[in-house]
Design a protein around this ligand. Sequence first.
Ligand code: MG
Length: 173
Amino acid sequence: MLSKLRPNLFLDSVQAIDLRLLRRRGIRGVVLDLDNTLAGWRALQPSHEVATWLKGLRSHNIGAVILSNNSKGRVGDFARSIGVPCIPNARKPRVRGFLQAMQMLGTTPKTTAVIGDQMFTDILGGNRAGFFTILVSPLTREEFIGTKAVRRVEGMVLRHFERQGLQLPTHAG
Ligand SMILES: [Mg+2]
């Protein structure tokens, strides 16, 4: 069970992801979390830096789909503003949404990566689907009360993985 929570990579932000390296690993599509990964909890648009990174995905020929547990209104508005297809109300870590996103990308588990800020939704679901999994530090501390409680457990699991050799981003912890 614990191994399903372990990300392949843990980085400080989406901008820290080396897209050329991702391509070389064979990744052709990414499944992106929205809240606290691409933008703050209530932010309607990505920052300039994230918008630039999203353009980089296109220039590297890496497809993208937003997979979010948030509502249709929130996710749809954001996704439209950046021209990326989306699946709202995804009920991550259920594997179904991940596989649906993969179908939209036209990729296979081996050529798909998931990028998100939560171990118990994004990483667990991504590992279940057999994707390459990338955990990023949350953009803000503003989130659901339930998520805040989960963060404490997440911190403990991360320290366990760190002892096993998972590299943490320089800012984290
Ligand atoms: Mg998130």
